[in-house]
Design a protein around this ligand. Structure first.
Ligand SMILES: NC(=O)c1ccc[n+]([C@@H]2O[C@H](COP(=O)([O-])OP(=O)(O)OC[C@H]3O[C@@H](n4cnc5c(N)ncnc54)[C@H](OP(=O)(O)O)[C@@H]3O)[C@@H](O)[C@H]2O)c1
Length: 224
């Protein structure tokens, strides 16, 4: 997104990884990234509110919110799934996204409304959040819940016309999570994340004005 001119606020768990992305953006773009090291397992409403204040103080606006961070958890039959791990996966993949959405929606609304423009919320989903598959446990269930969250929020905000809300399945991409989920797979056979950027760019751009409540798929995305 920074390559396309966005000032990005990068939230992730590991400071060193965030710093590496910060350095890359600083070298390759003229935008101003901000990093926010934060373990979503421990994010509460106060923490989310503090982040919203930080964004307001730094930029005074927010054009888009992309929920991307997720954790896989164990691939285990439901019958044997450890409840503590179920709760941790649900916290990161679902509850933290709710907390961030609650805290940042007012800023998204304030940014879009005055000019009759729209801001955008994107939830990152998964194939197993649309069709359940054995052993995907809390990860799949949390992605189904994210789809529900997207639909409820889109419906709640539709009458304002200020914020569009959609979900996106990036499909198989060559990442750490993919390696964990499919250890026997040849990574070279899987497209890199940047190959799936088009749909994100569309949903964050004015071209998607009025598109809300949709569950979209980045695989084979050929435009609206
Ligand atoms: N890769 C695929 O094939 C695929 C397919 C379908 C959907 N997806 C979805 O695409 C999105 C990106 O996945 P990915 O494959 O890039 O996964 P990934 O390689 O595991 O990256 C996950 C990201 O989430 C962050 N994260 C995880 N736990 C966190 C926590 N407790 N607090 C804060 N940040 C946390 C990680 O930060 P750290 O690195 O610092 O831990 C990392 O930046 C996810 O929503 C995933 O469900 C991926």
């Amino acid at each position: 997104m920074a390559l396309y001119g966005a000032d990005v606020v990068l939230l992730g768990k590991t400071r060193t990884k965030l710093e590496a992305v910060f350095d890359w953006i600083a070298e390759h773009s003229a935008t101003q990234p901000v990093i926010v090291p934060c373990d979503l397992n421990f994010l509460n409403q106060d923490g989310a509110a503090a982040l919203a204040e930080q964004v307001r103080a730094e930029f005074g606006r927010l054009d888009s919110l992309v929920h991307n961070a997720s954790t896989l958890g164990p691939k285990t039959p439901i019958e044997h799934y450890p409840l503590a791990e179920w709760e941790a996966v649900t916290k990161v993949n679902l509850t933290a996204a709710v907390a961030l959405t609650q805290a940042l929606t007012p800023l998204l609304r304030e940014t879009g409304q005055p000019q009759g423009a729209e801001t955008s919320i994107v939830f990152t989903s998964s194939s197993v959040g649309r069709q359940g598959r054995a052993y995907w446990g809390a990860y799949a269930a949390s992605k189904f819940a994210v789809e529900g969250l997207m639909q409820v929020l889109a419906d709640e905000l539709a009458h304002e016309g200020a914020i569009r809300v959609n979900s996106l399945n990036p499909g198989a991409t060559r990442t750490a999570m993919r390696r964990l989920a499919y250890p026997g797979e040849d990574p070279a056979a899987v497209p890199p994340p940047e190959a799936r950027l088009d749909l994100y760019l569309y949903l964050l751009s004015d071209a998607a004005k009025g598109v809300t409540g949709r569950a979209l798929d980045a695989r084979g995305w050929a435009g609206p």
